[in-house]
Write a protein that binds this ligand. Structure first.
Ligand code: HEC
Ligand code: HEC
Length: 606
């Protein structure tokens, strides 16, 4: 079947399906940072995607050892294993490709590689192990890959930034969790078309997705954005943001149902993984920010599912100690989860602990930790990375830096973090929400904050701990570590450039427009980061703003920074430049339609 979007493929650099062979070597001294796992059907082995070391490990669960590890590519993000246990597929977030793996009892070998598109994340395999489905985060697609021919056989457009995906037990449907569009998308695999997009209002940061046993419901762990300013009392009432387990009926007939997971005074931070036992009675959710795995029992009394946004805090009945809600401390940052077929053991990939952990469901105890390798001492940047992901650094552990600046980027939402001078607590009900800026290359793009009043990245970091998070002030060593971690964040390869990094013809023309006096962009977006480091009044100010004007944001990676402008009012670059931020109002003159098209093509290539 031809894919309805195949024509659009031509616009991308990812034209050739088979990528050039690259020989990657394994660095034993790298932190492994496992982010995803796939359990074999007989539950004897696990494939683990190690994001930090660019490798995949094969873990023998009986002996509790890594029996094989192979370098696969730049920042693995998702991994799948065929039912017969012989074929593996791993996606590479920064590598834009998937690697196909031959898996045997004690060895792993990369047998092929397929370019799939920008920022691939979740991956799933058909039951016969012949077809892989990959969520492509930056182009909002699911790609279908034929493993025998190593060819892309289709693409479908889903919601914004799909991350997790799962195939229904009967193999007929696939569901994606769309991290930046408050939706899940249901795909019919037979007809190869999108059946529906299910709205999950307010639900952001969708991560792992799992099907319930009858295939009628899909589950996802996510954050609920509640919109209020980050005062301590708002945080504690669950009015800033909270963590949820959500489920949808894939036929779209009922609205989303949610379970709130946060107890007052001791919240849950950064939910990520979700797994359901085959009989549907046991559910596990990982919370990377609070270093724990939550165990929910759905047998016996019904779990307190609520419509839409749910309760601000966890339902009191779940705190009755009847075993329906238990918290297992595992340390580090647990990410993806899988249940053993008997539903008695939960396996967790633990990113910051460089390990696979096994949790016994009955006793709610961590029973095994399998070391994946990597250094045992923490470098400065690794300490910073741990602080960045630590929700215990916020008031009553509601969230971490990572909750808003997802993976150091942005979750695309607006928050009122009270660092724009507006707040005097008496007017804290007046909101002045700002779009979460990306932190990629943040060390190069001072001054900081949208208004650009902050001239020290160190101070901005301290302020983030004490205001955005209402947590304790970091020590000098701690803020130094976080700043060092921030300095490691960079953009992935730009998908709108050709393989050699060159510009398209339209983008070349757009560059002329950008640099012309007609457009006048370079009077503010200048230099290597496309910002002059100054503050300009551009007509978007609010009369109540304490700090006047805004610092021109860097335009690097701007294709993926939507929504745009300080309050996210422009959904697309075109909206921004035709509306509130048009050249005529900024010292230039009106551009023709072609000039605007070319200018946008250029911006997307930065
Ligand atoms: C509740 C969401 C939220 C959390 C949590 C959060 N931030 Fe932010 N961050 C924002 C928003 C919104 C802004 C923009 C604020 C403004 O400009 O007034 C921002 C701005 C920043 C900036 C300035 C970026 C720039 O380019 O100007 C830095 C640096 C930063 N945050 C780091 C952190 C760190 C480090 C943490 C954890 C200690 C953190 N943030 C936690 C939402 C958040
Ligand atoms: C007078 C200075 C100035 C000029 C000229 C200017 N900009 Fe901007 N630009 C800014 C400022 C300041 C902001 C942030 C405004 C806000 O967020 O409300 C901004 C924001 C943007 C954004 C949104 C970025 C984001 O991450 O949300 C884009 C895109 C952009 N400018 C592109 C352009 C282009 C293209 C031109 C030329 C046609 C241009 N700008 C001309 C100062 C300028």
């Amino acid at each position: 079947m031809t894919c309805p979007r195949s024509a659009l493929l031509l616009g991308f650099a990812f034209l050739s399906a088979v990528a050039p062979a690259r020989s990657a070597t394994l660095n034993p001294e790298a932190y492994r940072s496992p982010i995803a796992l796939a359990l074999s059907a007989d539950s004897s082995r696990l494939l683990v995607a190690n994001q930090g070391s660019g490798s995949v490990a094969l873990v023998d669960l009986k002996s509790g050892t890594v029996v094989a590890e192979v370098a696969t590519g730049d920042r693995p993000a998702g991994v799948a294993l065929s039912a017969d246990g012989r074929t593996g597929v791993v996606s590479h977030w920064y590598g834009s490709d998937v690697a196909i793996l031959a898996v045997s009892t004690d060895a792993l070998k990369v047998t092929g590689r397929v370019e799939v598109g920008p920022e691939p994340r979740g991956v799933a395999l058909s039951a016969d192990g012949k077809t892989a489905y990959v969520a492509i985060g930056a182009s909002n697609e699911v790609a279908r890959v034929d493993l025998a021919t190593k060819a892309l056989t289709g693409r479908l457009t889903v919601g914004r930034e799909p991350r997790g995906l799962a195939i229904s037990p009967d193999g007929t449907r696939l569901v994606t969790g769309d991290a930046r569009s408050e939706s899940m998308t249901v795909i019919s695999l037979g007809a190869w078309k999108v059946e529906c997009s299910l709205p999950l209002v307010g639900c952001a940061n969708l991560r792992q997705v799992a099907f319930g046993p009858d295939g009628k419901e899909a589950y996802v762990a996510n954050m609920q954005n509640r919109g209020m300013a980050t005062t301590e009392s708002n945080i504690d009432l669950g009015w800033v943001l909270g963590q949820r387990l959500s489920r949808v009926r894939v036929d779209g007939k009922t609205p989303v149902e949610v379970i709130s997971l946060d107890p007052k005074g001791k919240a849950v931070g950064d939910v990520h993984g979700v797994a359901i036992s085959r009989d549907g009675k046991h559910i596990a959710v990982s919370a990377g920010g609070t270093h724990e795995v939550l165990l929910l029992r759905a047998d016996g009394t019904r779990l307190p599912w609520r419509d839409k946004v749910g309760r601000d805090l966890i339902s009191p009945e779940l705190l009755n100690n009847d075993g329906r809600y238990r918290r297992v401390m595992v340390g580090g940052r647990p990410t993806e989860l899988a249940f053993s077929p008997d539903g008695l053991t939960v396996y967790a990939a633990n990113y910051l602990d460089d390990s696979i952990q096994a949790i016994d469901f009955a006793s709610a105890r961590l029973v095994k930790t399998i070391d994946l390798g990597g250094p045992k001492t923490l470098s400065l940047t690794r300490r910073g990375e741990a602080l960045f992901h630590d929700a215990n650094r916020s008031s009553n552990s509601w969230y971490s830096c990572n909750t808003c600046h997802s993976d150091g980027h942005t979750n695309g939402l607006d928050f009122d973090t009270m660092n724009d001078g507006w707040h005097d607590y008496s007017t804290a009900h007046l909101l002045s929400r700002k779009k979460v800026p990306t932190l990629r290359r943040v060390a190069q793009t001072g001054p900081w904050t949208w208004h650009g009043w902050q001239t020290s990245l160190d101070e901005a970091t301290i302020e983030s701990f004490t205001k955005s998070m209402q947590g304790k002030r970091p020590s000098a060593a701690e803020s130094k570590a976080v700043v060092a971690f921030l300095a490691t964040l960079d953009f992935p390869r730009n998908p709108n450039r050709d393989q050699d990094g060159g510009l398209s013809t339209a983008a070349k023309r757009g560059e002329q427009v950008f640099r012309s006096s007609k457009a006048a962009c370079v009077s503010c977006h200048s230099g290597p980061e496309f910002t002059d480091g100054k503050v300009h009044e551009v007509g978007l100010e609010d009369s109540r703003d304490v700090y006047r004007g805004f610092n021109p944001p860097s335009l690097r990676g701007v294709y993926d920074k939507d929504p745009y402008l300080h309050d996210g009012r422009a959904k697309t670059l075109r909206d921004a430049l035709n509306g509130p931020h048009n050249p005529e109002d900024l010292g230039g003159s009106a551009l023709s339609l072609t000039e605007m098209d070319d200018l946008i093509a250029y911006l997307k290539s930065l």
